[in-house]
Design a protein around this ligand. Structure first.
Ligand code: PLP
Length: 475
């Protein structure tokens, strides 16, 4: 593709994205594609000769678009959001345009230094503990996902506890990790990948608000220690996936400090809320954490993937994950004056993710980001009040932030039928969970373009669907 062709087609793609974002609100949020439908529309064999860009873009519209679930629709209330914004999309494009691979400082100094700098900015923006700053012994790094962040933390904790022996000789089956029954499944996956063994992960009970019970944690740590095992790692969550429960960091941190355990805090979505002083009380006790992660790709308008991981002691991460083959040796690394982020993550290669986050922060400014986050929380809280005021529905718990867990009082079958009806109709998209054994609907407000009218309309649609034949009688 010549530079002129690239300019022409590039403009067409930007126009296509702009048009898409303008009309995405009118598309059915959950894709209606049936299994195999997308593949059936694609040619069986790849083209021998190159095709025109117009033909490719036309197929995007004809084949790909109907096979998308529209995460960027303002009517997307499912899961947690994966929100995006104009500046982040353009930052992503520029990152692809530069096409650098930032495994070492030397392979693109700007890729590393911008990342360090933006992650230090975030410490100030979110009032995170200064111990995470690169100015001291800590530091931040962008990972692809919170799952990778938890895995890196697990491995760093494993090596700290065994003084590097697990990396040399493998695990001896005595290391024990702890998380609540509500912790994201990525921790269980991480325990498997890190070679600890799934049976070495203890599921700790939660209280009536689905938050980890620190007394139960302390009892289990004590019992394991007396059984000759080696407790080493706790994952606490700020904003669990099911209900957005907030684990109490202060008492959990005390248990960890007393027993010498690594504390990882996962705030995948909720972490972004700390941009507003209104919500910072939720992270009280974070100064006890050895590592912390949150996802700008969930709720900070920065498109997937972009997950921030902070550590209090970067040497623990680097010692656990560092590797130095001859072909990566270079003078800058030897000098000790630079970060080589390949040693802070699982893969060797890495994308220039900081560019899009930098664009987002500069475009919105701290005040702009704060405004949008506060608005999302206010909308979710308003929705919770409407639910509470309606005799047919109940709130499962008061929403700490922007996720509302609620249900129809008619029982599990009604809630299942209601959700199926809502998602089939296509105007909004919600997902479910099970809390205290009962089918529960989740409404998560976090898409960049969601406004009050969308949340109001969602509530109207939910009430109307609940009154429809087939839903009402589904007892
Ligand atoms: N932790 C929590 C609390 C989550 O809700 C999620 C995903 O929703 C994750 C971790 C995993 O996120 P990722 O897809 O970035 O691995």
């Amino acid at each position: 593709m010549s530079a002129d062709e690239f300019r022409r087609h590039g403009r067409a793609v930007i126009d296509y994205i702009a048009d898409y974002l303008e009309r995405v609100e009118s598309l059915p949020v959950l894709s209606r594609a049936t299994p195999g439908e997308v593949r059936a529309a694609l040619p069986a064999a790849p083209p021998l000769e190159g095709e025109s860009f117009e033909a490719i873009l036309a197929d995007v519209d004809r084949i790909i678009l109907p096979g998308l679930t529209h995460w960027q629709s303002p009517n997307f209330f499912a899961y947690f959001p994966a929100n995006a914004s104009g500046p982040s999309i353009l930052g992503e494009l520029l990152s692809a345009g530069f096409g650098v691979q930032g495994m070492l400082w030397a392979t693109s100094p700007a890729c590393t230094e911008l990342e360090t700098h933006v992650l230090d900015w975030l410490i100030e923006m979110l009032a995170l503990p200064e111990a995470f700053s690169s100015r001291g012994a800590g530091g931040g790094v962008l990972q692809d996902t919170a799952s990778s962040a938890a895995l890196c933390a697990l491995i760093a904790a494993r090596e700290r506890t065994t003084a590097g022996r697990s990396n040399d000789a493998g695990c001896d089956g005595r290391l024990i990790a702890y998380a609540s029954t509500q912790t994201h499944s990525s921790v269980e996956k991480g325990v498997k990948i890190a070679g600890l063994g799934r049976r070495q992960l203890r599921s700790i009970a939660v209280d009536e608000r689905f938050a980890l019970d620190p007394a139960a944690l302390a009892r289990q740590v004590d019992a394991d220690r007396r059984a000759g095992l080696v407790p080493f790692f706790v994952c606490a969550t700020l904003g669990t996936t099911s209900s957005h429960a907030m684990d109490p960091l202060e008492p959990i941190g005390e248990v960890c400090r007393a027993a010498g355990l690594w504390l990882h805090v996962d705030a995948a979505m909720a972490g972004s809320a700390a941009i507003s002083p209104r919500f910072r009380h939720l992270q009280a006790g974070l100064d006890q954490a050895d590592s912390y992660s949150f996802n700008p790709h969930k709720w900070m308008f920065t498109n997937f993937d972009c997950s921030a991981l902070y550590v209090r002691d970067r040497s623990s991460l680097i010692q656990a994950l560092g590797i130095l083959p001859e072909y990566l040796k270079n003078a800058a690394s030897d000098s000790g004056a630079v970060f080589d982020y390949r040693d802070w993550q699982i893969p060797l290669g890495r994308r220039f993710r900081a560019l899009k986050l930098w664009f987002v922060i500069r475009h919105y400014g701290v005040a702009g980001l704060r405004h949008h986050i506060e608005q999302h929380v206010d909308l979710a809280q308003a929705f919770a009040r409407w639910v509470q005021a309606c005799p047919d529905f109940e709130l499962v718990m008061p929403p700490p932030l922007n996720l509302v867990c609620f249900r129809h009082r008619g029982g599990d079958a009604v809630n299942r039928a209601l959700l199926a009806r809502l998602n089939a109709a296509g105007e909004i998209y919600l997902t479910h969970t099970v809390l205290a054994g009962r089918h529960t609907l989740r409404l998560s407000v976090g898409q960049t373009m969601t406004e009050e009218r969308h949340v109001r309309r969602a509530w109207e649609i939910i009430q109307a669907a609940a009154a429809e034949p087939g839903v009402r009688e589904a007892h």
